[in-house]
Ligand binder design. Structure first.
Ligand SMILES: CC/C=C\CC/C=C/CC(=O)SCCNC(=O)CCNC(=O)[C@H](O)C(C)(C)COP(=O)(O)OP(=O)(O)OC[C@H]1O[C@@H](n2cnc3c(N)ncnc32)[C@H](O)[C@@H]1OP(=O)(O)O
Length: 277
């Protein structure tokens, strides 16, 4: 198997081949025989989603779509965490321009990931709170290692999960379970997440995780791709259209929220708490 590895670097639109010592926020590996892409988030220590990581993800997703990728595995290079969700520092005392730019890139990235014509699987090899859970929920299939936590915990931080985060959860676990989980900002263990259908399978370890992810893609890649993607996007179109047609309103909601003194206070306390851990 010949593997092509590409490193997406900060601040440049061009990708470079071969390994690079500079900041590789997303490691992309493409299997030349099958075409399957592994998109590995690589922003140590916990893949917090700042503008640069979201932009690197977006750029990778555009590339995969342009190159007619047959299937993609989303995973993380961190041993503990799939993604810690949105980078709290992007939301703590930002300027209006910075906050707007950040939120707009989050929207871009989610729209691309949620609507890929090719099959996607989240190989969740670590904790996956809030925005991390959103990324996993945006894939078609979720496989998780044991003894980690996943969920939309925003309420517990004194902030509100945006409507499209909520819609993604509702689409997967249903109205009643989603309402309960979202109101409480509940985090689920891997085992609990399997029970309520938030994840589809558990894996024993990273090797098993990747094997199961490949098995899922093999099955999907055996289906007629056009019919498969039309059905997929058909299921997702209401959730997608709500955001696509309401992007400006969603940005305004974010800006109104993020600059509330109470929200800033909650963020400050939470950041301090994480740093003291
Ligand atoms: C407010 C505006 C309105 C609407 C927007 C609402 C939408 C929000 C969605 C979100 O995604 S909010 C983010 C929610 N995320 C979290 O609650 C996760 C917080 N992090 C954790 O619980 C843990 O870090 C972890 C379980 C993911 C990993 O634990 P562990 O391996 O023990 O790592 P540490 O806790 O020691 O963290 C290492 C390092 O990373 C920093 N960090 C952690 N999470 C974030 C984050 N989301 N953003 C920025 N930085 C983060 C943490 O402070 C540590 O920093 P050091 O400088 O001490 O190394």
């Amino acid at each position: 198997m010949f593997v092509l590895r590409q490193c997406l670097t900060l601040g440049t639109k061009s990708s470079i081949r071969n390994f690079s010592a500079t900041t590789n926020l997303v490691n992309l590996t493409i299997n030349e025989d099958t075409g399957v892409a592994i998109m590995e988030l690589n922003k140590p220590p916990v893949n917090s989603l700042n503008y640069e990581l979201l932009e690197a993800m977006h750029r990778t997703l555009v590339k995969l779509e342009n190159e007619k990728c047959p299937g993609m595995i989303l995973t993380s290079s961190s041993r503990s965490t799939f993604s810690a969700g949105l980078d709290l520092l992007e939301m703590y005392k930002p300027t209006v321009d910075k906050a707007r730019r950040f939120w707009s890139m989050l929207q871009n990235t989610w729209i691309k990931l949620y609507s890929t014509p090719y099959p996607t699987v989240a190989a969740i090899n670590g904790h996956s709170p809030a925005g991390g859970c959103l990324l996993a929920m945006s894939c078609e299939h979720r496989i998780m290692v044991p003894d980690k936590m996943i969920g939309l915990n925003e309420t517990q931080l004194g902030i509100v999960a945006p409507q499209w985060f909520q819609d993604c959860m509702r689409n997967i676990i249903g109205e009643r379970q989603a309402e309960k989980a979202l109101i409480a900002g509940r985090m689920f263990t891997s085992e609990e997440a399997l029970k309520i259908g938030l994840v589809d399978e558990l894996a024993t370890d990273k090797e098993d995780l990747m094997q199961k992810a490949h098995d899922f893609l093999d099955e999907q890649m055996g289906l007629p791709p056009l019919a498969r993607s039309v059905v997929k996007v058909g299921f997702r179109k209401d959730t997608l259209s709500k955001l696509i047609n309401g992007r400006e309103a969603d940005i305004k909601m974010f800006l109104d929220n993020v600059f509330q003194p109470k929200v800033q206070e909650s963020l400050e306390n939470y950041i301090q708490m994480l740093k003291k851990k």
